[in-house]
Design a protein around this ligand. Structure first.
Ligand SMILES: Nc1ncnc2c1ncn2[C@@H]1O[C@H](COP(=O)(O)OP(=O)(O)OP(=O)(O)O)[C@@H](O)[C@H]1O
Length: 246
């Protein structure tokens, strides 16, 4: 496993409040990583920094084998570097079929002038079929996305990101609002995706994190409080105190 993303000594202050405080995190490729922490710990701000939405006051964020800095890049340039982000609420095109949603995300990957003259190639069709299989929606390709269950919509959106072949996928609370069966499918899906890529999952649900069976980073007050296996971090005195509010 080589280091793909390195966040080093990063701080962010909002109106005098230090939301991220000398944060350092390294993500490998491939790797599945869970990031947990109480409300306000800085999880969303961490993802905002990596995707270029929020600019840190100090620190470095470097990417890839050439360790390029992400800090000078726009949000769209960072996305083109291969960083995809899945927000908590699914944002699929409800009136379009599952297949068309996947086709659109392939198209979004192209330069603007190419979108205008876009014709689906055999390779595109094969890629759509492959992604549908990966997310478990092959039988639903012709259905309008609006008819899917909450869990299926989340998988479709993950598929739309996968269609763009990201090297790093940031996923915000994927298990929220899911049935137990959907959670299980999501765990399997994330594990499979992370076999060949970096996947960072921000999640509140400890049971879900346990099932991911991956390294866990615990954030608190904008920095790393503990890191390691779920058993290691849940046995940590400081983590217990933070979670129990003592
Ligand atoms: N744009 C902003 N302006 C001012 N304060 C902000 C801003 N964004 C975040 N914060 C503050 O920074 C801190 C970290 O917020 P962040 O949303 O990153 O935490 P979180 O770990 O994602 O929390 P949650 O689990 O509740 O989503 C919080 O105290 C929040 O109120």
């Amino acid at each position: 496993m080589t280091t793909l993303l390195e966040v080093s000594g990063v701080s962010v202050t909002f109106d005098g409040f230090r939301a991220i405080d000398n944060l350092s995190i390294q993500i490998g490729e491939p790797e599945l990583r869970a990031v947990i922490g109480p409300n306000g710990a800085g999880k969303t701000t961490f993802m905002d920094i990596v995707t270029g939405k929020t600019r840190p006051d100090t620190g470095r964020v470097t990417w890839g084998e050439r360790s390029i800095s992400l800090l000078g890049l726009s949000e769209s340039a960072i996305a083109r570097e291969g960083i995809g982000r899945k927000f908590q609420k699914p944002t699929v095109f409800e009136a379009q079929s599952v297949r068309d949603n996947l086709a659109m995300s392939l198209r979004n990957d192209r330069a603007p002038w190419k979108v205008l003259v876009w014709r689906e190639t055999e390779a595109d069709a094969a890629r759509i079929a492959e992604v549908a299989e990966e997310i478990g929606l092959t039988a639903h390709l012709a259905r309008p996305a609006g008819e899917l269950s909450h869990g299926q919509k989340q998988w479709l959106e993950i598929g739309m990101l996968l269609a763009q072949e990201p090297r790093l996928l940031l996923v915000d609370e994927p298990a929220a609002g899911m049935t137990p069966a959907e959670r299980e499918h999501t765990t399997d899906l994330l594990k499979r995706i992370a076999a060949t890529r970096a996947v960072v999952v921000v999640e509140h649900d400890m049971e879900f994190v346990r099932r991911l069976g991956c390294k866990v980073t615990v954030l608190h007050e904008g920095s790393v409080l503990a890191e390691g296996s779920i058993d290691h971090v849940t046995a940590d005195r400081q983590v217990i105190d933070v979670y129990l509010g003592r």
